[in-house]
Design a protein around this ligand. Sequence first.
Ligand SMILES: Cc1cc2nc3c(=O)[nH]c(=O)nc-3n(C[C@H](O)[C@H](O)[C@H](O)COP(=O)(O)O)c2cc1C
Length: 347
Amino acid sequence: MKIGTLDIERPVILAPMEDVTDRAFRQLCKRHGADIVYTEFISAEALRRGVEKTVRKLQVDAVERPVAVQIFGSTVESMIEAAAVAETYSPDFLDINFGCPTKKVAGKGAGAALLKEPEKMQAIAEAVVNRVGIPVTAKTRIGWDHDSINIVDVLHRLEDAGIMALAIHGRTRSDMYKGRANWNWIAEARRHATIPVIANGDIWSAEDAIAMFSQTGADGIMIGRGSIGNPFIFSQVKHLMKTGIVAPPPDYRERIHAAIEHLRLSVQYKGEKYGNLEMRRHYATYLKGLPKVSQVRNSLVREENWEHVIEILLSYEAECAGYAREGRIKEYAEYINDHSDKLVLNY
Ligand SMILES: Cc1cc2nc3c(=O)[nH]c(=O)nc-3n(C[C@H](O)[C@H](O)[C@H](O)COP(=O)(O)O)c2cc1C
């Protein structure tokens, strides 16, 4: 798949996720095999106003590359200004969010709302493409609702605007996160495309990733929720693509050590207080399904010293060794494919 000078065969990509794909998580996923990573979406309006917290989200590290910065906004003016600022942080490419369904974004005419105004979407894309010297890509959904699926029209408009690749989440805005993503519409768009198509939506395992490639013909695939608490998914997909063999699921030790690695990176980038605080929402997914996990989680989310958090995790690892000897540890694969209690999403 080519985006400007970037050329990666069948890339497995970390999706942009607000409050998730910060520098720490991007780096962790990279270590586990993600080919390309995206920042969280970044508000063009906030960038324009120089809001410090927003500007900080533009920072990317050499080890993350190739990395995309994603921006969202509802006007040509704010988007070209934001694009110019984003470019100074030297991402490998810039991505425009045309898919966010939430009130705070779509409710203000940005993100998925632009699926209802394809001319405006095209105008924004074209203006951003003309403003910056780096490649520009976009990410969207298949339509606003089931009566207005317009992904093929949107694709052509974005191609005309000079967009270099399009990531498609196989849901409409009105689906939010309900039901299953519709991969057929991604396949349909791919058949019409002259630019690379990146397929997204409901890849929860290495097998899903292979199925996504083959059912859609996509040039790349993008994984969001399936990577939360499970950065191993990238190496598992790569392993299956390369060998045709499904890698064994990570055991409790690997999962606990991934949580520790994530915490270290989080503290490195955000400092002890925020790095530690922001990690709290991740422990549930790293440790999901392990014995007596609620007790350890309770102590993890109360502990303010991050080094003590690591001690708690290491002593839990020792405890788990005992459970493993008693055969009380479930296979990871058994519950990672059970999404009945999917993360509560406010995106
Ligand atoms: C917590 C969360 C935050 C998200 N934030 C963004 C975002 O900032 N930009 C974006 O384009 N999509 C965002 N998404 C959507 C994902 O990138 C992806 O399209 C969606 O989750 C479907 O893929 P999945 O089934 O692999 O999770 C977010 C999704 C989640 C769950």
